[in-house]
Design a protein around this ligand. Structure first.
Ligand SMILES: [Zn+2]
Ligand SMILES: [Zn+2]
Ligand SMILES: [Zn+2]
Length: 288
């Protein structure tokens, strides 16, 4: 498993920003301080999110996507879905993979509205692109709090507490299970609702990946802060979701949190203990 990107929507550094986090990251030689927009590779067949930095990250970190089978979208904010990327399969020399695209029902509705708008514009290029996507990508809508079989995995969904890009778009956080192992990918989200905690209760995780967009800033409804992660992991521990053996990794890290990699790691380890750590672009986890 590979973190292709671990930054929030603006990336770190955001070259247009002169805040302390961005300035330090811009001048740093430590690759952990440079974060592209978040995406995660489970393996060569399974990808979570396909934002603007995925193509570059795949090249840098040696990920082939020529055998991609399943793309799981959390939601359609531009840091998680970049439509320009959809052109890359079409521009393959070798036959591109056909793959399934998992997304919320509301995201699919939004996408269809967009498709019809684009097709109403008299451009042959757009019509050709859309015909290609419809031939090679199968769109599969998902509901929160359901479980699905996807190849050799069981994939369950909870709700990301976050406002999506399309009208009423529900954001999905994913629980993946395979070979007796489990991990939860929890971005984008603010503090979890009771329904999420109830759905996950007793499902002990091997790995928890959770967003930390807002670090030490004031509480947020749409994103997580250090303090919100502390509260979430405390609750998960009481519910048997996090055990002493669960690895906890932070991703989707933003400059507004005011902490660089080393500082965030220190703050979170003081709050939660040594089982929590901060992911960085290119970090590999044990195979799942
Ligand atoms: Zn995001
Ligand atoms: Zn900044
Ligand atoms: Zn978002």
């Amino acid at each position: 498993m590979l973190f292709l990107g671990t930054g929030a929507s603006e990336a770190i550094p955001n070259p247009f920003c002169d805040c302390e986090v961005c300035r330090k990251a811009l001048n740093s030689n430590d690759p952990r301080e440079k974060r592209g927009r978040s995406a995660f590779s489970i393996d060569e067949q399974n990808l979570i999110d396909f934002g603007p930095d995925v193509i570059g990250a795949a090249g840098r970190f040696g990920l082939s996507m020529s055998h991609l089978r399943n793309l799981f979208y959390t939601h359609f904010h531009s840091d998680h879905c970049d439509f320009v990327n959809w052109e890359n399969p079409r521009m393959s020399v070798t036959p591109p993979p056909n793959f399934r695209v998992y997304l919320s029902e509301e995201a699919l509705t939004g996408l269809r509205v967009f498709r019809d708008l684009v097709l109403s514009y008299p451009s042959k290029d757009y019509a050709r692109d859309i015909r290609f996507y419809e031939k090679t990508m199968e769109f599969i809508p998902l509901r929160p709090y359901e479980s699905y079989t996807v190849d050799d995995m069981t994939v369950s969904t909870v709700r990301g507490i976050h406002t999506g890009r399309f009208v009423d778009e529900i954001v999905l956080n994913y629980l993946f299970e395979r070979n007796g192992k489990r991990f939860l990918y929890a971005t984008d989200t603010g503090p979890y609702c009771e329904e999420n905690y109830e759905f996950l209760k007793g499902k002990t995780l091997d790995i928890l990946i959770v967003e930390c967009s807002f670090g030490k800033s004031a509480p947020e409804k749409n994103h997580m802060t250090c303090e919100a992660i502390k509260q979430m992991t405390d609750r998960f521990r009481r519910d048997g979701v996090v055990s002493d053996r669960t690895e906890i990794w932070l991703t989707h890290i933003g400059h507004k949190g005011g902490l660089n990699h080393v500082e965030l790691r220190q703050v979170m380890r003081e709050l939660v203990g040594t089982q929590i750590d901060v992911a960085y672009d290119g970090l590999r986890l044990v195979d799942f």
